[in-house]
Design a protein around this ligand. Structure first.
Ligand code: BDR
Ligand code: CA
Length: 308
């Protein structure tokens, strides 16, 4: 089994990523670490606990992390995810504890205890960059980072130039991208091809389970944004692509390229400048995923959620 930490700001799509990991025996989820992003930190931490309780896994420790980006004011996305960040389904107030240890310290400790582990950031990269600053040995202990963030051909979803996770904390993203750690990036180019259409949401509902019903309700809430605003046939289920990539890498394709983050321009803050056509000599620092077999991944995801 592959040991992973999910660093997250749930978010309906983050929630589905956590559920997919819990449903997959190939993965051992060591911890869920939370960060401010889609909504402020108290809500992302509460939401993570609600998701674990929904999956009946209160044994998975939740660590609360950074409540704001390294240098910028927090930007949130209630316009997409609702007031709580997890609007759309009724879930009880969580009762499982939040660990006392800070998420940054937990990431450092777990990476030392389990060298080679995979970090799965699906929110702004503040916790990861802070951990790298605090523990110079961290880069050696982490086997791989597989994250959702950035965009190339699909450009931006929070500004015309930038994807949300990178935009919120571009300085953190730049440090993570430059860390030398093996890095795989699932950008909008990939996730915008992974749409929850009505049929796919119905397939979740048809599982006839609490989890299936809840995921259908979440995606129904989440999809209203894209269907109304962009006349898209469904909303992209961004974050589950990270876990799906770990499970079924053959269903994804991309290129090993150089990707860097714009941190100085106001206009293009948080833009991921990806050298897709290799027009520079800059060294490769990431596998940048451009495409996936959406039908295959949806079938597998639905199948896995049925186990919960
Ligand atoms: C990313 O931003 C968040 O709103 C989603 O949860 C996802 O991680 C997509 O840009
Ligand atoms: Ca997210």
């Amino acid at each position: 089994t592959r040991k992973i930490i999910i660093d997250t700001d749930p978010g309906q799509d983050d929630a589905v990523a956590i559920l997919l990991a819990l449903a997959s025996p190939e993965l051992e989820l060591l911890a869920v670490t939370t960060v401010a992003g889609n909504v402020p930190l108290p809500l992302t931490t509460r939401n993570a606990r609600q998701v674990l309780e929904l999956a009946q896994r209160p044994d998975i420790p939740v660590f609360s992390g950074c409540d704001k980006p390294l240098v910028r004011a927090l930007v949130t996305a209630e316009h997409v995810h609702g007031k709580t960040g997890l609007d759309g389904a009724e879930l009880p107030e969580p009762t499982m504890p939040v660990q006392d240890e800070h998420a940054v310290d937990a990431i450092i400790r777990l990476a030392r205890d389990h060298p080679g582990l995979t970090l799965c950031p699906i929110g702004p990269l503040t916790n990861i960059a802070t951990a790298l600053r605090k523990a110079p040995d961290l880069a050696e202990n982490i086997g791989e980072i597989v994250l959702m963030g950035g965009a190339y051909f699909e450009v931006g979803n929070i500004t015309p130039a930038a994807e949300f996770n990178i935009y919120v904390d571009p300085e953190a993203a730049a440090e993570v991208f430059a860390s030398g750690i093996k890095l795989t990036i699932l950008p909008l180019d990939c996730t915008h091809k992974f749409l929850v259409t009505r049929d796919r949401a119905d397939a979740f509902r048809d599982l006839g389970t609490r989890v299936g019903q809840t995921v259908a309700d979440w995606t129904h809430f989440f999809e209203r944004f894209d269907m109304e605003k962009y006349a898209s046939p469904g909303a992209p289920l961004h974050d589950p692509c990270v876990i799906a990539y770990l499970l079924w890498p053959d269903l994804f394709s991309g290129r090993h390229i150089n990707v860097e983050v714009e941190t100085t321009s106001d206009l293009t803050r948080g833009m991921t400048v990806a050298d897709w056509w290799r027009v520079t000599q800059r060294p490769e620092n990431a596998l940048f995923i451009g495409d996936l077999d959406a039908g295959g991944v949806f079938a597998n995801l639905t199948d896995r959620l049925a186990r919960l």
